[in-house]
Design a protein around this ligand. Structure first.
Ligand code: ATR
Length: 273
């Protein structure tokens, strides 16, 4: 049977095996999908061993995405832009192809929630790997403006400079931000510590869409805060997780699974509904 897995550390709580097993059942593909948690300096060896032993493809998550970028034989254009690899496929001619489906997953999830990206003013919080992966797919949707704000302003400036050939992207400090924005995407890891990015409440209004790439069994700190200040449309990163997985599955199997039912099952599994 064709074997796939996700590399990460820690990875025990990953939802990827659950999601891909449902995709495989739905599309009647024969495959198995597992977990691998190598210690950080043994990732390269573990990756090699997996493919030497007949593995067909894998996902890569924290903290290995940047390392995976350097280990594959060939990069997709979107992985090259993202500077990170979250999906690897062994091609028929034995080449390890590195791809990145995170940004496509974000855009697909935003669209599935009915969020309009074309001609919109988008505020992207954070300038780490998650922000970098989102920038090209967001700019491809032709927003009127995309502003990056980050605690460490120089990192936002660097990102804006790197992506300004793709669209109207600028960097501003949190203090400089002036609304109205149509969409705020939180790519920071602040919610992991229950913290908030230093955004002024005046930027939140009833028609704004709020997206937090993090997710949990209850609202993230950022989503709770945005709701408190009047935001009516809030979304967490669970949908992005399922959509990036669907994109990876499509890369591997050449068949696109449906995501709605799988997202529902995942929410049930997490105790969200
Ligand atoms: P990832 O790959 O998930 O993006 P990362 O590269 O470590 O992770 O980046 C984390 C991002 O969250 C950074 O933009 C970080 O800001 P700094 O560049 O200033 O470190 C941001 N971040 C983390 N905790 C934060 C907090 N409490 N408030 C605001 N931003 C925060």
């Amino acid at each position: 049977m064709d074997r796939y897995l996700v590399f990460g550390h820690p990875v025990r709580h990953s939802k990827s095996p659950f999601i891909h097993t449902l995709f495989a059942r739905q599309t009647q593909q024969e495959l198995e999908y597992g977990l691998a948690e190598p210690v950080v300096d043994e990732f390269a060896q573990a990756l090699r061993t997996f493919f030497d032993q007949g593995g067909k493809g894998c996902n890569v998550t924290v903290p290995f995405k940047e390392q995976a970028f350097t280990l594959v034989d060939r990069l997709s254009p979107r992985a090259k832009r993202a500077g990170a690899v979250n999906t690897i496929k062994l091609t028929d001619d034995g080449v390890l192809l590195g791809d990145n489906t995170d940004g496509a997953g974000l855009v697909a999830d935003l669209k599935s929630h009915g969020v309009t990206l074309a001609d919109s003013r988008i505020l992207l919080l954070g300038a780490g790997g998650a922000a970098r992966g989102a920038l090209a797919p967001l700019l491809a949707e032709l927003p009127s403006e995309l502003v990056i704000a980050n605690r460490t302003h120089t990192k936002a400036q660097q990102l804006a400079a790197e992506f300004c050939d793709l669209g109207p992207v600028t960097a501003q400090t949190y203090e400089q931000l002036a609304g109205p924005f149509d969409l705020v995407i939180n790519s920071t890891s602040a919610s992991l510590q229950g913290e908030l990015p230093p955004l002024v409440p005046a930027l939140i209004h009833t028609d704004i869409a709020i997206y937090d790439m993090m997710y949990g069994a209850s609202d993230t700190a950022f989503i709770s805060w945005a709701k408190q200040h009047g935001a009516r449309q809030t979304m967490d990163g669970l949908g992005m997780l399922v959509e990036q997985a669907a994109e990876a599955f499509t890369v591997w199997r050449g068949i696109r699974p449906g995501t709605k039912q799988v997202l529902r099952e995942l929410k049930r599994n997490l105790g969200v509904i």
